[in-house]
Design a protein around this ligand. Structure first.
Ligand code: FAD
Length: 526
């Protein structure tokens, strides 16, 4: 009999002067039923917090029956865990006729403790005095427990992530970092204002190409993908091994409640592997040194033999011509011995030429693979360290921070750069220039990797800018070189469908500009 309860409770409550009129369209019993049916614990008290009315949910939540609580102070629910200042704050608002909402620890009839989210609203008379209080509370223990668990887990995950010896960042769909750990912050500081995640993702996209795009936002993960970063200046290359997990999370905004919007996130985990890479590079450099020495040996043998063949061909052509003339004069018997001698000379000359041609050592075939030009140039510089130091040459290394891989034959490309750097060093040493600067720049330009090799030597006269790429042309003292190095460089660049040339604008020495296209489809001739 809810209406009766309400009528009884209301009868016991002294109605103040000019009470707030109830809406005439709704009878009083409807209000009573509304309060009675509320799933929240509702009570109405007098100004001293003595309970005048309690609804069924109040009984359900507190364990006290209505008859047990009528006339009792609401403090029967108080638990000593609630700090006194909470009640003081509550009452401070209530005595000023202002409502209060907060959390309290309550005790049920049989001692069980629960967390109550309580709202107390003063019911004011015509003089704005609080004559009654309306209290409404919910048991939010379970919600609090869940919130606490989530909070604890978040704290645990955050401290684990922070303590992890790896760089960890969480990125939203637009690539912004929304969470990062201690290691990440350290890396960001070391990268002087650059956002590590942006640089690393850029590197991943550049080096993995379409296979990375495939991962992009597709919910697939990638593991241990290596990316290098060039800090520039004297700082060594930094290497990172990147792993990432894409995941989707429902948007927690209210307007996305009925139409869930799923946000994509990327959890990026990065380990610096620069030390390991440097060790590997050292081993590689040593192997390279041996390989380059062997390549140099083979190349100089090839150059010497090709030059010898070239030199022998001219007199042999003359002998062949003379022999042909004598053959036409077969009728003169006195010329027979000369004809025979010339014939023998021609035969043995051709034989010698063939032997020489057969003895040209063959360059071993090389597979076509993606080549990191920055790394290649670094290797060549490392190989040339001793000579650079001995020659007092200052190297200015200006690599592009991230350089896409070029498809090509690594050994051939390395040999070419070694040749160009050797040429630059030769030029500066021969002219005994005071300033000996070697500047190497790499950059990406219109879908190509561009490499500039500049020296402060005497430079190349304009009229020789094309000639020096011809075979057997050399400006170096006789016996130094055969003049085939730049011709080979031209050959390697041609294989890449690229370009090589001397920059006519550069006047401080010589600047060789090499352009290697990135969209080269690998149609190399074998
Ligand atoms: P109390 O001595 O009752 O109060 C602590 C401090 O509050 C005092 O130092 C005093 O400054 C101030 N105070 C207390 N009563 C008044 C008053 N009438 N006027 C001005 N200042 C006062 N408490 C709960 O623990 N759980 C509840 O669910 C709960 N529901 C409430 C519902 C309503 C509608 C109201 C009005 C109060 C409710 N209270 C509730 C508060 C309760 O009345 C007590 O103030 C509280 O429980 C602390 O009790 P106590 O005996 O420890 O200290």
């Amino acid at each position: 009999m809810i209406e009766d309860d309400y009528a009884k409770a209301v009868a016991e409550i002294a109605v103040p002067e000019s009470p707030q009129p109830l809406d005439e369209a709704i009878p009083a019993w409807a209000f009573a039923r509304a309060i009675a049916q509320l799933p929240a614990a509702v009570c109405i008290t007098d100004a001293d917090a003595r309970i005048l009315y309690a609804n069924p949910a109040f009984t359900e939540i507190t364990g006290y029956s209505v008859s047990e609580v009528i006339g009792q102070n609401t403090s029967i629910l108080a638990h000593e865990c609630t700090p006194p200042r909470v009640y003081e704050q509550m009452w401070d608002r209530l005595v000023h006729a202002r409502p209060w909402t907060g959390l309290l620890v309550n005790r049920r009839k049989y001692g069980a403790v629960y967390l109550a989210e309580l709202t107390v609203a003063p019911l004011l008379d015509a003089q704005d005095r609080a004559v009654y209080y309306l209290g409404m509370h919910r048991d939010v223990t379970a919600v609090h427990r869940l919130e606490q668990q989530v909070h604890n887990q978040k704290e645990l995950i955050e401290s684990m992530v922070d303590a992890a010896p790896a760089v960890i960042a969480l990125l939203n769909g637009s690539g912004q970092v929304i969470l990062q750990n201690h290691e990440y912050k350290q890396l960001a500081a070391a990268m002087q204002g650059k956002e590590p995640a942006v640089e690393l993702l850029h590197g991943l996209r550049e080096s993995l190409g379409e296979s990375f795009q495939h991962h992009d936002g597709e919910g697939e993960s990638f593991r241990n993908k290596e990316v290098s970063f060039e800090p520039g200046g004297d700082a060594p290359t930094r290497w990172f091994s990147c792993s990432g997990i894409w995941f989707r999370e429902s948007d927690d905004r209210a307007d996305a409640f009925f139409q869930p919007v799923r946000q994509t996130y990327l959890l990026l985990m990065v380990n610096e592997i620069s030390t390991l890479k440097r060790q590997q590079e050292e081993i590689r450099t040593n192997a390279m040194r041996a390989l380059i020495a062997e390549q140099e040996r083979v190349r100089s043998m090839r150059e010497a033999l090709q030059a010898a063949i070239f030199q022998m061909q001219q007199p042999l052509n003359l002998i062949a011509a003379a022999n042909e003339m004598l053959e036409r004069r077969r009728s003169s018997p006195e010329l027979a011995p000369l004809r025979s001698v010339l014939g023998q000379a021609l035969a043995s000359g051709r034989d010698a030429l063939e032997k020489l041609e057969n003895s040209i050592p063959i360059m071993p075939p090389e597979a076509i693979a993606p080549v990191n030009i920055n790394q290649l140039l670094r290797e060549v510089l490392t190989l040339s360290t001793q000579r650079l130091l001995a020659g007092g040459i200052v190297v200015e290394w200006q690599p592009a921070p991230v350089l896409p891989a070029v498809l090509g034959r690594e050994g051939r490309l390395r040999g070419m750069f070694k040749q160009l750097i050797d040429n630059a060093m030769d030029a500066m040493e021969h002219c005994r220039s005071q300033r000996r600067d070697l500047r190497i720049v790499t950059k990406v330009q219109e879908n190509a990797v561009v490499i500039l090799i500049e020296d402060t030597g005497p430079g190349v006269p304009k009229e020789l800018h094309w000639k020096i790429f011809e075979p057997f042309y050399t400006s170096k003292p006789a016996g130094d070189r055969t003049g085939i190095g730049l011709a080979l460089a031209q050959e390697v660049v041609n294989e890449q469908r690229g370009m090589i040339g001397i920059d006519p604008e550069y006047t401080d020495g010589c600047r060789v500009r090499v352009l290697l296209p990135l969209d080269h489809d690998g149609g190399f001739e074998e």
